[in-house]
Design a protein around this ligand. Structure first.
Ligand code: NAD
Ligand code: LMR
Length: 328
C-alpha cells in the first residue's frame, strides 16, 4: 500500500508523470492536485487499467485533503523557463508555490517522503527544509531534490559518443546541484569504465551541465523538459516507493547533508566544504536516506575542480532559499 500525491499534476511534467505513476503497480492511491484542469487529468488517467485509485484535488481548498495520508509527495508545481532565463529567474514565483505546498505537507503528512522537482531545486529544497524545521517536523532523511534528469542525461550523452555503451544500464554519479556548473558528473566513476579523451570529458561535462538549455532552446518559448523529466521523476519515485516497501536502493539526489553526518564528511573533503545541501548518491530505505554511499574512488582532478566551482554557486543558491523562509 503506497499512497502518492503529485502536486502540480496538470502541468507539462505533472501529466505524463502521473500517467507513469498510474502504471506503477506498487502505487495503490494516486492523489492528483493542481490549481487548474486537474479533474480532467484525473478522470482521464483513472481509466487506465491498473488497480490504483486516482483522486482529483483542485485548488487551495482541497490541498489539505490532497496531502493527507500520503507516503510520498512529488512536486512539479511551478513555472518553467523560457529562452534567455536561468533557473534562478524562476525563484520569485516558485519559492512561494513550494513554500505553500510544504506547509500543507508539514501539517497533514509530516512523515511523507517529499521529492521536489520545481526549480530552482538548489533553492527550493532549502526552502522546504526551512518550512519543515519551522513546523518542527524536519527529518533530513525524507526530503529529496530530484536530480535524476542529470543522471539520465549523463548516461544518454555518453551513449551519443560511444555506441557500444548501454544507456539504460550505465550509471554516472552526478553530484553538486541542479543548474549549470553546479551539476558535476563524475564520468571517471561511471558504473562501467568508459574511455574518454580530455576534450571529450570537457565537452560531455558541459553538455550534461547545460542539457536543460538544449530543450528550452528547442521548445522555443513553450517551456522546458517535460517528457524526459517525467521519465526521470517516475524512475526516482519508483526508487523511493521500493525503499518505502523495504528494498535498499541507491540513487543520486540533492539532500540536506545532515541526513548522514558521517557520510557527509567525505563529500565535504571533496570540496563541498560547509555546504548544508549537496547532490550525492544515497542508499534509500523505508526511513529515507539510510546513508550517503561512498564514491568508491577519488574523482579526477578535473572533477574536483568542478566540485569547487559548483560549491561556490550552490552556497549562494542555498542561502537565497533559507533567507526566503527566515525573512532575511
Ligand atoms: P508547467 O507550467 O507545464 O506545469 C506546472 C504546473 O504547476 C501547472 O499545471 C500549474 O497549474 C501548476 N501550479 C502552479 N501553481 C501551483 C500551485 N500553487 N499549486 C499546485 N500547482 C500549481 O511546468 P512544467 O514544465 O511541468 O515544469 C514544472 C517545474 O519543474 C518548473 O519549475 C521547471 O523548471 C521544473 N523542472 C525541474 C526539472 C528537474 O530536473 N528538477 C526538470 C524539468 C523541469
Ligand atoms: C532541466 O534540467 O531540464 C530542468 O531543470 C528544466 C530547465 O529549466 O532546464
Amino acid at each position: 500500500m503506497v499512497s502518492v500525491a503529485v502536486l502540480g499534476a496538470s502541468g507539462g511534467i505533472g501529466q505524463p508523470l502521473s500517467l507513469l505513476l498510474k502504471l506503477n503497480t506498487n502505487v495503490t492511491k494516486l492523489h492528483l492536485y493542481d490549481i487548474v484542469n486537474v479533474p480532467g487529468v484525473a478522470a482521464d488517467i483513472s481509466h487506465v487499467a491498473t488497480n490504483s485509485e486516482v483522486k482529483s484535488f483542485l485548488g487551495a481548498k482541497q490541498l489539505a485533503d490532497a496531502v493527507t495520508g500520503i507516503d510520498l509527495a512529488i512536486i512539479p508545481a511551478g513555472v518553467p523557463r523560457k529562452p534567455g532565463m536561468t533557473r534562478d529567474d524562476l525563484f520569485k514565483i516558485n519559492a512561494d508555490i513550494v513554500k505553500t505546498l510544504i506547509e500543507a505537507l508539514a501539517e497533514y503528512s509530516p512523515r511523507a517522503f517529499i521529492a521536489v522537482i520545481s526549480n530552482p531545486v538548489n533553492s527550493t529544497v532549502p526552502i522546504a527544509a526551512e518550512v519543515l524545521k519551522a513546523k518542527g517536523v524536519f527529518d533530513p532523511r525524507r526530503l529529496f531534490g530530484v536530480t535524476t534528469l542529470d543522471v539520465v542525461r549523463a548516461s544518454r550523452f555518453v551513449r551519443d559518443l560511444r555506441s557500444n555503451v548501454d544507456a539504460a544500464s550505465l550509471r554516472v554519479p552526478v553530484v553538486g546541484g541542479h543548474s549549470g556548473t553546479t551539476i558535476v558528473p563524475l564520468l571517471s566513476l561511471a558504473s562501467s569504465p568508459v574511455e574518454l579523451s580530455e576534450s571529450e570529458i570537457k565537452e560531455l561535462t558541459n553538455r550534461i551541465q547545460f542539457g536543460g538549455d538544449e530543450v528550452v532552446k528547442a521548445k522555443d518559448g513553450a517551456g522546458s523538459a517535460t517528457l524526459s523529466m517525467a521519465y526521470a521523476g517516475a524512475r526516482f519515485a519508483d526508487s523511493l516507493i521500493r525503499a518505502i516497501k523495504g528494498e535498499s536502493v541507491v540513487e543520486p539526489t540533492f539532500i540536506a547533508l545532515a541526513a548522514d553526518p558521517a557520510g557527509a564528511e567525505e563529500i565535504r573533503k571533496l570540496g563541498a566544504g560547509d555546504l548544508d545541501f549537496f547532490a550525492v548518491p544515497v542508499e534509500l530505505s523505508d526511513k529515507g536516506v539510510a546513508r550517503i554511499v561512498p564514491l568508491g574512488a577519488e574523482p579526477s582532478e578535473f572533477e574536483r575542480e568542478a566540485i569547487s566551482v559548483a560549491a561556490e554557486a550552490l552556497s549562494a543558491n542555498i542561502t537565497t532559499g533559507v533567507n526566503f523562509v527566515k525573512g532575511a
